[in-house]
Design a protein around this ligand. Structure first.
Ligand code: MN
Length: 287
């Protein structure tokens, strides 16, 4: 597969548009693409199609579906990287493995942006904790690189062409605003499965919330042993105005800036008091 060299110059004052007779820009935006649905997923091809003409793109994705793998890294078995016939590379590991090895030795350059998706189904609310799509983007972010996770809300690939156009427009406009390649950020974007003209505006949202997951499902295997299937995600608990659930239900795209630091800063003071009562044999103070 031929990767195009046209595109938007990063860090340059002139943004190249269609061919204008000048030589290619000296510095072209470089984008690493991954996902969690596997290297054969239509959504991954859609992401490639969205970005191949605006940047130098490299696709490194899991060999198998890796839903709900979050940021998992494979530590106890070696990873292999294989070139598929379409030029994508696939790894016998997780989404985070793909991005991790790309950034720590596989690529001989530092991407300006890591994008993940387009996922087959929503990644909103508490689901973002488990999401392999978000995990791939998070891995880029942890290495100080701007990163975006893209998901379609429904799991049927309907209107993937519209999502592709929306992704291209967003990344192009972010590049034109010089947002890419400098300060790291992590964005979670969910796109409703609607025709292009019917997709609303981009809403900046907080994450909604779900109730606890459904019960685990027990089955007997052929040897009479009890096996367990993780149950379905819980129903939506908080889809108030301002959440990602609400925005996408209204036909809008939802964008949520995420962070990796899980510290509950509001509770540090609380726990300093509680811990003083709990821990009597050692000194305790907020660092
Ligand atoms: Mn997925």
């Amino acid at each position: 597969m031929k990767l195009t060299k046209r595109g938007i110059a990063v860090g340059a004052t002139t943004i190249r548009g269609p061919y204008n007779g000048l030589p290619p820009a000296r510095m072209t935006m470089k984008i690493l693409i991954s996902n969690d649905d596997g290297y054969l997923a239509p959504g991954l091809m859609a992401l490639y199609e969205a970005l191949k003409d605006v940047a130098d793109v490299e696709v490194i994705a899991p060999e198998q579906n890796n839903s709900a793998k979050s940021n998992a890294l494979t530590l106890h078995s070696p990873l292999s990287v294989t070139r598929a016939s379409n030029g994508f590379r696939y790894v016998n590991g997780t989404p985070a493995d793909c991005v991790h090895i790309a950034l720590t030795g596989l690529l001989d350059y530092r991407p300006d942006l890591v994008v993940s998706g387009i996922n087959n189904g929503a990644n909103m609310g508490d689901d973002t904790i488990y999401s392999g799509t978000v995990g791939a983007a998070m891995e880029g972010y942890l290495f100080g690189i701007p990163a975006i996770a893209f998901s379609q809300v429904e799991r049927d690939w309907h209107h993937l062409d519209a999502a592709t156009r929306k992704v291209r427009e967003l990344v192009q406009s972010m590049a034109q605003q010089q947002l890419i390649g400098h300060t790291p950020f992590l964005l979670n974007v969910n796109i409703p499965n609607l025709p292009y003209e019917q997709i609303g505006t981009m809403k900046l949202c907080r994450l909604g919330k779900r109730h606890a997951a459904e019960k685990v499902i027990q089955q007997k295997n052929p040897r009479g042993e009890t096996m367990y299937w993780i149950g379905a995600a819980g129903p939506v608990k908080d889809d108030a105005d301002g959440t990602d659930f609400h925005a996408t239900a209204m036909g809008h795209m939802a964008m949520t800036p995420l962070k990796a630091d899980l510290t509950d800063f509001d509770k540090l003071g609380d726990w300093a008091q509680k811990a003083a009562g709990l821990i009597t044999t050692s000194k305790f103070s907020i660092a």
